[in-house]
Design a protein around this ligand. Structure first.
Ligand code: NAD
Ligand code: IPM
Ligand code: MN
Length: 353
């Protein structure tokens, strides 16, 4: 098959981790006879510097003409002044909204080989395998907002429609049917009207999925239980901002924020694939970033946008094998353990392909 993939490396460690993932996709392509064409484009802070726009029209065109987008990360201190007029993160929101990528899949697994050095007790991590389904194009991220003015106030609005909840909940229920038939819906229905709409809608929809067991949990309690008994959860569906926060928290289960991938999907097969972490300015340019989240995002790209399940699994197994055999970057290495650079880690995965 032939596929065009737009690479938006972005800022900070973005170029380092996307480079590692692309090098592995090239191996997969060569081995399986698929032609992957990679085209790079400006996005984020570097696009603001070059064009004054985090998501320039030429980049949008390239994304539109491709089968999928592989993204690194955007942002950094250079563009973080609270009074800045344009911000790198606006480009990311525009990209998600433009393609209506309303379902953000964020799988979280605990790796037995890393459990020894994880901040949580190893026995708590046994069998942890959660799929977060985060709503991505609604909620407080996209509601009307008012910056601080003369009056000394600022506001953001949180709005959800029944249709927005239905379409993302369908994704969660269908995913559960392929997994362990359990969905936990996380909200703040004791306070928020949008959460009551969310809960009512998800409950009504559960009738169409009699083989799936649905539970509701309040977000504050869930944030605690997720760390206390993480292996009790399977598919977790939640709104945009709760999903953002809970998935960074869930990185503690995987050993590092650098481990977690994501796929942002809409109605068709086009998708944006990116690690859940940011541009990590504190380690950018040192060649030590963990590329696992981005490599596993590339595997999700193979699975969901290119329908190459076998190749996706090959890549995932190669990553798992490399970790099992001791390959690790600094963020997941124990004291006295040898840490690999980003490129060396990619080479270790390549050796197993
Ligand atoms: P961050 O995710 O960039 O970093 C948080 C911590 O995790 C840092 O200590 C960092 O070194 C570490 N870390 C993250 N990824 C890692 C990796 N692959 N390997 C090893 N360590 C890793 O969060 P932040 O510092 O709060 O944000 C920095 C910038 O990134 C901000 O401008 C933010 O808006 C942006 N951001 C962008 C995205 C995105 O592009 N999707 C996501 C989150 C944050
Ligand atoms: C993420 C990031 C983004 C989000 C930011 C950078 C807009 O934190 O992808 O998790 O909040 O969605
Ligand atoms: Mn986030």
């Amino acid at each position: 098959m032939k596929a065009t993939i737009t690479v938006l490396a972005g800022d900070g460690i973005g170029p380092e981790v996307t480079h590692a993932a692309v090098s592995l996709m090239e191996v997969i392509g060569a081995r399986s006879g698929h032609q992957f064409k990679f085209q790079e484009a400006l996005f984020g802070g570097c696009a603001i510097d070059a064009e004054g726009d985090p998501f320039p029209p030429a980049t949008l065109k390239q994304c539109e003409s491709s089968d999928a987008v592989l993204l690194g990360a955007v942002g950094g201190p250079k563009w973080s002044d609270p009074s800045a007029r344009v911000r790198p993160e606006q480009g990311l929101l525009k990209l998600r909204k433009h393609f209506e990528l309303f379902a953000n899949l964020r799988p979280v697994k605990a790796y037995p080989a890393l459990a020894q050095f994880a901040p949580l007790r190893a026995d708590l991590l046994e069998g942890v395998d959660i799929l977060f389904v985060r709503e991505l194009t609604g909620g407080i991220y996209f509601g009307a907002r008012q910056e601080q003015g003369e009056s000394g106030t600022a506001w953001d609005t949180l709005e959800y429609s029944v249709g927005e909840v239905e379409r993302v909940a369908h994704v969660a229920f269908r995913a559960a049917q392929r997994r362990s038939h359990r969905v936990t819906s996380v909200d703040k229905a004791n306070i928020l009207a949008t959460s009551r709409l969310w809960q009512r809608t998800v409950t009504r929809m559960a009738a169409d999925y009699p083989d799936v067991k649905l539970d509701h949990m309040l977000v504050d309690a869930f944030a605690m239980q997720m760390l206390r008994t993480p292996n009790r959860y399977d598919v977790v569906v939640t709104e945009n901002m709760f999903g953002d926060i809970l998935t960074d928290e869930s990185a503690v289960l995987a050993g590092s924020l650098g481990m977690l991938p994501s796929a942002s999907l809409g109605k068709g097969t086009f998708g944006v694939y990116e690690p859940i972490h940011g541009s990590a300015p504190d380690i950018a340019g040192q060649g030590i970033a963990n590329p696992v989240g981005t490599i596993l995002s590339a595997a999700m790209l193979l699975r969901y946008s290119l329908n190459l399940e076998e190749e996706a699994q090959k890549l995932e197994h190669a990553v798992e094998g490399a970790i099992r055999d001791g390959a690790r970057t600094k963020d997941v290495a124990g004291q006295g353990e040898k840490a690999l650079s980003t490129t060396e880690f990619a080479e270790a995965v390549k050796a197993r392909l």
